[in-house]
Ligand binder design. Structure first.
Ligand code: FEO
Ligand code: CA
Ligand code: CA
Ligand code: CA
Length: 662
């Protein structure tokens, strides 16, 4: 009999299964630069523009001209290893900003581990912080002292949240209150943060922007080609236009108009029951239903029971757009961006000013996508962008062995995406994006996670985390290793230097893993040191100098993958040191590192430590067992008796106040 995994382990492993403060150019110049033009559009410079330019664009202010190709990271590396706490490079600070349970809304009660309730959790910081987006305040400024953080709460480790929940099978203990605490701890948080007089970042407790978004209470609408389709209609919502909440939100993005894109990743884990509607059987199977053991939300919320609502899964797996500037706005699921296990929604601009969103589908043998809006970004009119993501073209990537590649449009009526193949309309193509991508000959990848365009170079970086199921006969150029426990990072260059091109070239900048063992087949810059190499790249960020930062997620397999705890690494992508990495941060046992996010001036790095004490503690020497609430492998970051580990956001700064990692 195979060993039974805990729910937390199953979810953590889910991805593994196949199926400037300085003077800056004007805002108008920044956008023009971004799209490769210097002629300034009429209307730029009006006050309205302040509501339309993103931190991503603003970050160009500090890079571009000042980019030094040979600039390598000057900090002292953190040594490899694993222990109960985090480690940051010398001359840097890592301060806890907000933890699971900390108050978010003005009326939130203080965290009380022994007396949790869904009502309290709805007002407090959620669990398992993942993506972090920074929207400077005032909107359109390049403030690095004040802004909104938009944070995903991917999932819950209920056995580490409540007394008496065992790792083996917490479900028997799932009361309605515990289910609803779990639901309330999912979703997202918007919180205003600002630097105090001492330079330290603080949460603005009484900010009118502070908001929790949850699958328990947040009403959302569905828009785009699949909205209202019968396959999205349920007993609770016969219109197919309204849904409550978002789940399993992983790496995301911020648009140029300052909205937040929340990805929906492993949504299949949230449904119980056997589907009564066989019409969706193949669709559900392709998305990983049944998921084996699931969060038992369906016991009390019937929309998560397939035997009651077999079409409810079709209402998840999308990208959700949220306006953080309006705490009363209704989030919108944008179906035009496709339905899959979304990971990463970072953007770039085409030369003619349309927006391109790059997205991974994080599962073994799944695909890389991009979406290009039909309309151009109107920098003069924020409201005009309100439906920009409803119309456009979704593409999936095909990687050729000669280093070229093609973006294949997923458009109804083209490339076999027609009625003969079960696609009656574009809605069907979008609902079953994976099957459409299969048909057009997309390249199955080693778990595409975050995708990061580098505005300084125009190149795109794709984190392929790992793929232990890939066999030798399935190896190809972009997925060059069988039983790949280590992952690789793909560097792509758009055709004609235009993100709108259907062509690209690609190369692998690094093949991860221990460089001293030839059998692993790792590839790094020859100067790579014992503390610089890493495995399982997941979330990434580009800093204002155009340097790439990579966070890792080895999961329970950390021992076999690298033997060191997860961390954050700086990776040189240009110049003589290209392919050289350095570790700036190491996580506590059982945690992965998520959401690296820089302020526009690069002097602050927000970092998420997710599921501390949870993953792979059986291989932690001296502990060698699963963590439980009563007996966790670490009590990071509080280290107080009776307090379990708490997922938390850290603020990383250099002690001299300069750029992080300089
Ligand atoms: Fe949620 Fe793909 O990590
Ligand atoms: Ca991830
Ligand atoms: Ca990212
Ligand atoms: Ca992850």
């Amino acid at each position: 009999m195979t060993e039974r995994k805990s729910l937390g382990e199953e979810l953590a492993a889910a991805d593994d299964e196949p199926v400037a403060r300085a003077t800056s150019p004007s805002l108008a110049t920044l956008w023009q630069r971004r799209i490769g033009r210097r002629d300034v559009l009429a209307g730029f410079g009006k006050a309205a523009l302040l509501a339309s330019v993103s931190p991503a664009i603003l970050s160009l202010a500090a890079c571009g001209d000042s980019y030094a190709p040979d600039d390598i990271f000057g900090f002292e590396e953190v040594p490899r290893g694993v222990d109960e706490t985090h480690h940051i490079a010398a001359d840097h600070n890592a301060d806890v900003l907000i933890r699971w349970g900390d108050p978010v809304l003005p009326n939130a009660p203080p965290f009380d581990i022994a007396n949790q309730s869904a009502a309290a959790q709805l007002r407090q910081f959620g669990y398992n912080n993942d993506y972090i987006g920074f929207v400077p305040l005032p909107l359109g400024s390049n403030s690095s002292d004040r802004g909104l953080l938009c944070i995903h709460h991917e999932y819950t480790n209920d056995n580490l949240m409540h007394a008496g929940m065992t790792a083996e099978d917490p479900r028997e203990n799932f009361t309605r209150e515990i289910v609803e605490i779990s639901m309330a701890a999912h979703g997202g948080t918007i919180v205003e943060v600002a630097r105090g007089k001492d330079g330290k970042w603080l949460v603005v407790r009484d900010s009118e922007y502070n908001r929790r978004i949850t699958p328990l209470t947040t009403d959302m609408t569905i828009s785009g080609p699949a909205a209202g389709h019968p396959r999205l209609q349920t007993g609770e919502d016969p219109t197919g236009h309204n849904v409550i909440g978002t789940i399993n939100n992983c790496a995301g993005g911020i648009t140029p108009w300052g909205t937040w894109l929340m990805s929906e990743e492993n949504f299949n884990f949230y449904f119980i029951g056997e589907p009564a509607d066989e019409m969706e059987a193949a669709n559900h199977a392709r998305m990983g239903f049944p998921a084996g053991r699931a969060y038992p939300w369906g016991l009390y919320h019937k929309r998560f029971d397939l035997s009651v609502e077999p079409k409810e899964p079709n209402r998840y797996g999308w990208v959700v757009e949220v306006d953080p500037l309006d705490p009363f706005s209704t989030p919108v699921k944008r179906t035009a961006l496709g339905r899959f296990k979304h990971e990463g929604c970072e953007n770039a601009a085409t030369k003619d000013g349309r927006l391109v969103i790059y997205m991974g589908d994080d599962q073994q043998f799944e695909y890389l996508y991009k979406f290009i809006t039909a309309g151009k970004v109107d920098s003069d009119d924020r409201a005009a962008s309100a439906s920009l993501l409803d119309e456009g073209t979704l593409y999936v990537a095909r990687f050729e062995e000669d280093g070229s590649g093609k973006w294949m449009p997923l458009v109804h009526g083209k490339n076999g995406l027609d009625a003969a193949n079960g696609f009656a309309s574009q809605a069907d193509v979008l609902i079953e994006t994976r099957r459409a991508a299969d048909l057009v000959g997309a390249t199955p990848l080693d778990r595409p996670e975050d995708v990061e365009p580098n505005p300084a170079t125009g190149k795109i970086y794709v984190a392929l985390t790992n793929s232990k199921e890939r066999r030798q006969d399935q190896v190809d150029g972009v997925n060059p290793r069988a039983a790949n426990l280590w992952g690789q990072i793909v560097e792509m260059e758009p055709g004609d230097g235009d993100h709108g091109s259907e062509n690209f070239t690609w190369t692998l900048i690094v093949k991860c893993g221990e460089p001293r063992f030839p059998a692993i087949g790792a590839a790094w810059h020859p100067d790579i040191g014992e503390n610089g190499w890493f495995t399982c790249p997941d979330n990434m960020a580009v800093d204002p100098k155009g340097r790439l930062w990579v966070a890792t997620d080895q999961g329970s397999g950390w021992d076999a993958s690298s033997g060191s705890a997860d961390g954050l690494y700086a990776l040189a992508t240009v110049g003589e040191k290209r392919g050289l990495a350095r570790r700036i941060f190491r996580a506590p046992i059982g945690a992965e590192v998520c959401g690296p996010c820089f302020t526009p001036d690069g002097t602050t790095l927000f970092l998420a430590v997710q599921h501390p004490g949870a993953d792979g503690t059986k291989n932690y020497k001296g502990f060698e067992r699963d963590s439980t609430f009563e007996d966790p492998a670490t009590r990071w970051p509080d280290f107080e008796p009776g307090m379990p580990p708490r997922p938390s956001l850290l603020v990383i700064t250099a002690k001299n106040g300069g750029p992080v990692g300089a």
